[in-house]
Each structure stands twice: as structure tokens, then as C-alpha cells.
Design a protein around this ligand. Structure first.
Ligand SMILES: CC(C)(COP(=O)([O-])OP(=O)([O-])OC[C@H]1O[C@@H](n2cnc3c(N)ncnc32)[C@H](O)[C@@H]1OP(=O)([O-])[O-])[C@@H](O)C(=O)NCCC(=O)NCCSC(=O)C[C@@](C)(O)CC(=O)[O-]
Length: 339
């Protein structure tokens, strides 16, 4: 009787495994090479920039070290922007002078103009500088106080200095799915800024869903249009905010279309201070890592160490983590008596 039951269980498991693996095969038969997914951790910059409580520099540095220990190899550490505009990032020089130097770890920073660029590279710790524009005029004006055309001129000066100095240049385009001021943003407006950024020489363009309104359908439309200029989408990163809880669904859609680079923030903190109150948390690194781990995609990131890194900051701020995965893991730790 026992033998019969075991046989039945084994047959049932085999049936489920084969059903699962054919579903997995059909999912992975898309153009993406899943072994190459890269996470760009933006918590220390995007995660913290909008917090009104001043965060002590040593705590920011501990966050950066903890994220590095968790295995993240691309960390956006701070922003060389005007301290009048974003006071939380005013310690950018101290941060970049004190970040731990670890082989294989690259630090990225925002640089809106040549002034920011010069200050950033003077620290000797910056691998990548990012210029940040928008596909919406209203947002561009609100965030960096210029028109899109003026921003392209400013960014070209930054990128040409970076290329000359052997520093990698990245470009962000905000409002790729919608703008807090103008509402709808057309795909063609995003493509125009993408092309201008490529023309100036950035190696990667991060598509910023600033207010978190993307859906898998919108991701499909935008990436289909970008594929005309970038067939493999290998110069594209996606930067989702999780306002409507679509972050992981959007990542899956983008991966299925070929995108292999995603920005995320520990504990899901973040948002742009100049999005008219419309920006909420970034896609949480914990949620992204859990998703990728579950698909067997190697990220080299230790999920529980990211949860620990985010926890120190959320406890300081007196807020709850915005990562469902982070919250679930911390609840389990509580039950297990782990401090
Ligand atoms: C671009 C500016 C500077 C123009 O600001 P402005 O007021 O038009 O520029 P300005 O040239 O007249 O300069 C004003 C003051 O700032 C100083 N200044 C000028 N540049 C710098 C600099 N680099 N570093 C330090 N200081 C600087 C400059 O020296 C001057 O100081 P003052 O003479 O009055 O004492 C300003 O608008 C700014 O700093 N904006 C930054 C806004 C920001 O950081 N937003 C958040 C990041 S973007 C984002 O979150 C979206 C993203 C990337 O995550 C993707 C997504 O989700 O969509």
C-alpha cells in the first residue's frame, strides 16, 4: 500500500515538474540571456534624496558598504547636484571621498552639469557619471530648470568630458510612461531623447518611470519603438517605481523583450523631489532579487543582506520597508528571534 502511494506521488511530481519545465522553457525562449541580468542599486542616491530628515553621512556610508557586502557591484552612491535644490545630497564630496574601494565595485553618481562632473571626478572614486533628462518639458523644467533642448546641450558638455577622461557616461530619461505635470508622454518623445543621448555618447540609457505608472503593455510599446534603434536593447536599463505595484510585472515584460539591466533601491525607498509629489518608492531591490532568484537567474546578490542593509535606514527614518519581500523576511526573522 505504502509502495503504491509513493509511486503515485512520484508520478504526480514528475508530471508537475515536466509541466513546470515546459512552461519555463517557453518563458525563457525569448531573446533575453537571463544569465546576464544586472542590478544597479540606486538606494543611496534615489532612495535617500527625497527624505526630509537629514541622514548622517556615516549612516549613508554604512548603507553603501552593506550593499556592497550583499554583492551589489553597481551602486549609485550620491548626486553632484546643487545643495540648494537637494540638501540631502549635499555631502556628496564626503561620501565619494570615503566610500570603500572594493575590486569589481563601480560607483555611479548624478552630474547635471560640468560643475557637478568636475566635482565628482575630483574624488577619484567615480566610475560612471549620469546625466538626467526627461521626455516631458514640464518635468525637465521642474527638475533641472531648463528646457529639453538646453538639457541636451548641457549634457553633451558633460558626456564629452567624461569620454575624454575615460569615465563611463549614463543617461536617464524621466517620465517615460507619464508625467506628474503634463500627464501623457508619447513614445516618440522618449525615443527623441534616447537618440539625442546616444548621439552624445552615453553607453547606457535608463528609462525612468518616475511616477510608477508603467504597465507591461506600456513597456511593450516603448521597447518595441526603441528596438528600431537598438535591436538587442543592450544599451537600455529600466528604472521602475512601484506606485501601482506593477514593478515586478514590468521587469518580467522588459526581460522577455531583451532588457538585462534594472535599477532598484533597497527597502523600496525613493522618489524624485521635483515630481510634484507624484513619485513614490523605487522598485525594491529585495523584490527584484527574490524574483530573479526564483527564476534561477544569477545576480550574485545575497537577499537577506540587502534586507539588513535597508532595515538600518528604515529604522533610522522611522518608516516601514516598502518591499513586500523585505517585510516578509523581517517577519520571519522576528518569529525566529533573529535580531
Ligand atoms: C541643475 C541645477 C544645478 C540647475 O539649477 P539652477 O538654479 O538653474 O542653476 P545655476 O547654474 O543658476 O546654479 C544655482 C546654484 O547652484 C550651484 N550649482 C549649480 N550646479 C551645481 C552642482 N552640480 N553642484 C553643486 N552646486 C551647483 C551654483 O553654483 C549656484 O550656487 P549659488 O551661486 O546660488 O551659490 C539644479 O536644478 C539641480 O541641482 N537640480 C537637481 C535636481 C535633482 O537632483 N533631482 C533629483 C534627481 S533626478 C531623479 O530623481 C529622476 C531619476 C534620475 O531617478 C529617474 C526617474 O525616476 O525618473
Amino acid at each position: 500500500m505504502l509502495k503504491y502511494t509513493l509511486n503515485r506521488i512520484n508520478k504526480e511530481s514528475l508530471r508537475l515538474v515536466s509541466r513546470k519545465s515546459s512552461a519555463f522553457r517557453s518563458f525563457t525562449s525569448s531573446s533575453t540571456n537571463y544569465s546576464k541580468v544586472q542590478i544597479i542599486e540606486v538606494g543611496p542616491r534615489d532612495g535617500l534624496q527625497n527624505e526630509s530628515l537629514p541622514i548622517p553621512t556615516p549612516l549613508k556610508l554604512r548603507l553603501i558598504s552593506s550593499l556592497a557586502s550583499a554583492g551589489l557591484t553597481r551602486i549609485e552612491a550620491t548626486a553632484f547636484v546643487s545643495p540648494k535644490w537637494v540638501p540631502q545630497m549635499s555631502d556628496h564630496l564626503q561620501i565619494m571621498k570615503q566610500v570603500p574601494k572594493i575590486q569589481g565595485l563601480k560607483y555611479e553618481v548624478l552630474t547635471p552639469n560640468v560643475k557637478g562632473y568636475e566635482s565628482a571626478v575630483s574624488t577619484g572614486s567615480v566610475s560612471t557619471v549620469s546625466v538626467f533628462g526627461a521626455a516631458s518639458e514640464a518635468f525637465c523644467k521642474s527638475n533641472i530648470n531648463c528646457t529639453i533642448d538646453e538639457s541636451i546641450t548641457r549634457f553633451s558638455a558633460v558626456v564629452s568630458r567624461a569620454l575624454h577622461d575615460g569615465v563611463t557616461a549614463r543617461g536617464y530619461i524621466s517620465c517615460v510612461a507619464g508625467c506628474p505635470f503634463q500627464g501623457t508622454v508619447s513614445v516618440s518623445d522618449v525615443v527623441k531623447v534616447y537618440e539625442a543621448m546616444k548621439e552624445m555618447g552615453v553607453s547606457e540609457v535608463s528609462l525612468g518611470d518616475t511616477i510608477g505608472v508603467s504597465t507591461p503593455g506600456q513597456v511593450t510599446s516603448l521597447l518595441s519603438a526603441l528596438k528600431l534603434s537598438s535591436p538587442n536593447l543592450d544599451d537600455i536599463a529600466y528604472h521602475f517605481h512601484d506606485t501601482y505595484g506593477m514593478g515586478c510585472a514590468n521587469v518580467l515584460r522588459a526581460m522577455d523583450m531583451g532588457v538585462t539591466k534594472f535599477d532598484s533601491s533597497a527597502a523600496g525607498l525613493g522618489g524624485c523631489p521635483y515630481a510634484g509629489g507624484g513619485a513614490s518608492g523605487n522598485l525594491a531591490t529585495e523584490d527584484l532579487v527574490y524574483l530573479l532568484d526564483g527564476m534561477g537567474v544569477e545576480t550574485g546578490v545575497d537577499l537577506e543582506r540587502v534586507v539588513e542593509a535597508g532595515r538600518e535606514v528604515t529604522e533610522f527614518l522611522g518608516v516601514e520597508s516598502r518591499s513586500k519581500v523585505g517585510l516578509a523576511i523581517m517577519r520571519r526573522w522576528d518569529k525566529e528571534g533573529k535580531v
